[in-house]
Design a protein around this ligand. Structure first.
Ligand SMILES: NC(=O)c1ccc[n+]([C@@H]2O[C@H](COP(=O)([O-])OP(=O)(O)OC[C@H]3O[C@@H](n4cnc5c(N)ncnc54)[C@H](OP(=O)(O)O)[C@@H]3O)[C@@H](O)[C@H]2O)c1
Length: 212
């Protein structure tokens, strides 16, 4: 499948490697393709590099991996028509960085970044996923406690089936939280993950639901 990754930071790069490992064709999108040249040559030569618009056109499915404050602008550059009808895996977290401590949410409780992305892309199928863990564990998380739980949510069942497959292929146990308003629960988990990371000075942890 052709996957377009909108965002070229650590998250976009980790997802690129994950999708390439799954056998997908991948284009990673940025405003400045030149800055990805070295990483491309050294780490992901089989990926394509594009601007946001080319990447949005290329992808049959899209992963959104942009800084929250730049997300609407990135979607404008991508062209909303190029995203119509597509699955959008929303990995963003609506964070603000007030000072030395952990980040805070720019919105929440009665709204979420996932719902905002769905409003920006009314004709696409937004599924929130991969926002509750650091990017170093996105693909094949080799944790002693076994496969962790990847929570995901979205309004479209077919889109969620696709994302569930990606989550499983990446080595996680998928858990469907329901409609996109479930992002109100998933986005604060990102802050909890960061607070734990600050306490234990490590990024090798993930959430897992235990039962029985
Ligand atoms: N870091 C993690 O481990 C992690 C884990 C889960 C979720 N997240 C979330 O995933 C998202 C990406 O994280 P990251 O660490 O990879 O972020 P990042 O490096 O800060 O940003 C990634 C992308 O945002 C784009 N961007 C920034 N400002 C923009 C603007 N004004 N207009 C258009 N595009 C703009 C950049 O475009 P250019 O390429 O053109 O510079 C870049 O491609 C964030 O929302 C983050 O909260 C992060």
């Amino acid at each position: 499948m052709r996957i377009g990754i909108l965002g070229s930071g650590d998250v976009g790069r980790s997802l690129t490697l994950g999708f390439l490992g799954r056998g997908d064709e991948v284009m990673i999108g940025t405003r400045d393709p030149a800055k990805l040249q070295r990483w491309h040559e050294e780490t992901a030569p089989s990926a394509r590099i594009g601007r946001f618009e080319e990447t949005a056109r290329f992808g049959e499915a899209i992963a959104l991996a942009t800084l929250w404050s730049g997300t609407e602008s990135a979607l404008d550059l991508a062209g909303r028509d190029n995203l119509r009808g597509k699955v959008i895996i929303d990995v963003t977290n609506p964070l603000v960085f007030p000072g030395e401590g952990p980040p805070e949410l720019a919105l929440g409780h009665s709204d979420s970044g996932g719902e905002q992305v769905q409003r920006w892309l009314m004709e696409a199928h937004v599924v929130k996923a991969f926002n509750t863990v650091g990017n170093g564990l996105f693909v094949k998380p080799d944790l002693a406690g076994g496969p962790p739980t990847m929570f995901y949510c979205g309004n479209d069942e077919e889109a969620k089936r696709f994302v569930r497959g990606v989550i499983t292929d990446f080595g996680w146990e998928p858990f469907d939280v329901g409609g996109i308003e479930g992002a109100r629960l998933l986005e604060p988990l990102c802050i909890l993950w960061v607070v734990y990371a600050m306490h234990v000075r490590s990024r090798r942890h993930a959430f897992k639901v235990l039962s029985g």
